[in-house]
Design a protein around this ligand. Structure first.
Ligand SMILES: Cc1cc2nc3c(=O)[nH]c(=O)nc-3n(C[C@H](O)[C@H](O)[C@H](O)COP(=O)(O)OP(=O)(O)OC[C@H]3O[C@@H](n4cnc5c(N)ncnc54)[C@H](O)[C@@H]3O)c2cc1C
Length: 469
């Protein structure tokens, strides 16, 4: 008997657990979900219906065979919804929980063995005879043949420019999803970041504090572009473009090709060109050298993120309306310092003029996006894996090193037997691996691969049949 342990209670952990429940029969599937409601994670834990999915309902699903399930589920809650709609993320969180619940019921009927732990995984130690001992909470140890890390991105680290006093004060918020902690209405809220998380934070702040002035600051001051209200026709030259992109030797030549595609086909929206690159994005990333990746992160990432990870049309409308009403200002500037202990003094250097100025804000919220810099020790379990040589940090701080089978690599480049990851931790290897369409595919692939490790019992007609536990 070889048990499998899945660590992480977000959408990726839920997808991996559910896929394993459906096919793994050689042992118990353990799911260590942490201390929050299982299945929702950061993205789908929100209760604010202004926080919308940035993927159309028809493309959202938890498991590989997802069909129209989410649309039907959402229609039961909201009335008739269309596959082209961008729905509240809360509804998708409910859906994940319902889908995992259904897999659990099916597993019970089939007599499959599984357990769920509402605690953190704190340590993973290799066993001499192979496999791992996984510590859950303070005392409980689980034996596992294989372990899947689905721990998502790390909690945000404070920017280096924030003084200890500011950080300790109630006026600096490191968790953009906890605005409700701030009871006194602020006169000015400053959000550091202008990405998707910043957008949601600003929409919540605008509703919660209708008289507050809102300021968003990021190096380029660029909001994510918006999705078109209806799906766009595919760019006819996409296949050829993707083929040519794969022959490029750097991100500059890729950008030139993509720009040319925008110009060549003015009748196709640029957004369909970007979306049509999805099947080759991971390959393109893998073909870049370390230096080219670094160059991309420094010079092109901001515009790629804004173009690729777009906001729902309703979110875009709400942000632009706040700007038109004069309640919200976006500034392209670098934050040089955050001082004081409330209100805070935020010193910025404006990008266009290089002028340095200081603004006062009653509340500063950091919304600087996914942090996957595991080397800085913010995540206890990952820090232990790095310390013990079971994992190695990606040199560009994009999670951990892994091979094409999503198996972690050691410092010698060898695959760590039975230790896998899914989701944000694999950005160094896959770059685009954090949205549900990619996570769903990865969970399915991994579950099939781990289940295949079981010996096949021969049947009389020679067709393999999985043994029952
Ligand atoms: C604000 C936001 C909006 C998004 N919107 C969309 C969208 O509309 N569509 C889309 O496809 N994608 C969206 N995404 C991408 C999103 O990242 C994925 O869809 C998905 O939610 C990622 O899930 P995850 O499980 O990898 O990570 P997380 O949601 O971060 O979950 C990881 C979980 O693991 C737990 N954990 C960590 N360490 C341990 C430990 N040691 N032991 C036990 N548990 C642990 C954490 O507490 C957490 O619950 C969005 C992301 C964000 C942040």
């Amino acid at each position: 008997m070889a048990d499998i342990v899945v660590i992480g209670g977000g959408a990726a952990g839920a997808a991996a657990f559910g896929e394993l429940l459906a096919r793994y029969e050689a042992g118990t599937v353990h799911w260590i979900v942490g201390r929050q409601a299982p299945g929702r994670g950061i993205a789908y834990g929100t209760r604010d219906d202004r926080h919308l999915l940035n993927v159309r309902a028809a493309s959202m699903g938890v498991f590989a065979e997802h069909g129209e399930d989410f649309i039907q589920h959402a229609s039961r809650q909201l009335g008739q919804v269309k596959g082209t709609d961008f729905l509240p993320r809360r509804i998708f969180g409910d859906f994940i929980q319902a889908q995992v619940g259904a897999r659990i019921d099916a597993a019970r009927r089939l007599g499959r063995s599984f357990r769920i732990y509402p605690d953190n995984a704190c340590e993973i130690l290799p066993r001499g005879e192979g496999g791992y001992a996984v510590r859950v909470g303070e005392q409980r140890w689980l034996d596992a043949g294989q372990v899947v890390l689905a721990v998502g991105a790390l909690a945000q680290r404070a920017l280096r420019t924030v003084s200890p006093a500011a950080l300790d004060s109630d006026a600096y918020e490191l968790d953009p999803w906890r605005l409700e902690r701030h009871v006194t209405p602020p006169r000015r809220v400053m959000v550091i970041g202008t990405g998707l998380t910043a957008v949601d934070t600003l929409l919540s702040a605008a509703e919660r504090w209708p008289h507050a002035e809102l300021v968003a600051v990021s190096r380029h001051g660029l909001w994510p572009f918006t999705h078109s209200p209806l799906p766009l026709a595919a760019y006819p030259g996409q296949e050829e473009l993707n083929r040519r992109l794969l022959t490029c030797d750097g991100s500059a030549s890729m950008v030139r090709l993509v720009r040319a595609a925008f110009d060549e086909a003015p009748e196709s929206d640029w957004r369909s060109v970007i979306d049509g690159m999805r099947p080759v994005n991971a390959l393109l990333w893998q073909r870049l050298s370390h230096a080219r990746r670094r160059q991309f992160l420094r010079h092109a990432r901001w515009v790629w993120e804004a173009s690729r990870h777009r906001m729902a049309p309703a979110s875009g409308q709400a942000i632009h309306q706040l700007e038109e009403e004069g309640r919200l200002h976006a500034i392209a500037a670098r934050v040089l310092a955050v001082d004081g202990d409330g209100p805070l003094q935020v010193t910025v250097r404006e990008r266009a003029t290089q002028l340095v100025s200081t603004m006062q804000a009653d509340l500063v919220v950091q919304a600087t996006g996914l942090d996957t810099a595991v080397a800085y020790g913010a995540h206890a379990l990952l820090a232990q894996l790095l310390r013990d040589g079971l994992a190695v940090a990606d040199p560009l701080q994009l999670g951990v090193l892994a091979n094409v089978d999503d198996q972690l690599l050691t410092a010698t480049g060898a695959a760590q037997p039975g230790l896998y990851a899914i989701g944000s931790l694999l950005r160094g290897n896959l770059w685009e691996c954090t949205a549900m369409p990619e996570i769903r595919a990865a969970a399915h692939r991994l579950a099939v691969q781990l289940s295949r490790g079981q010996p096949l019992a021969a049947t009389c007609d020679g067709v393999g049949e999985l043994p029952r536990s």
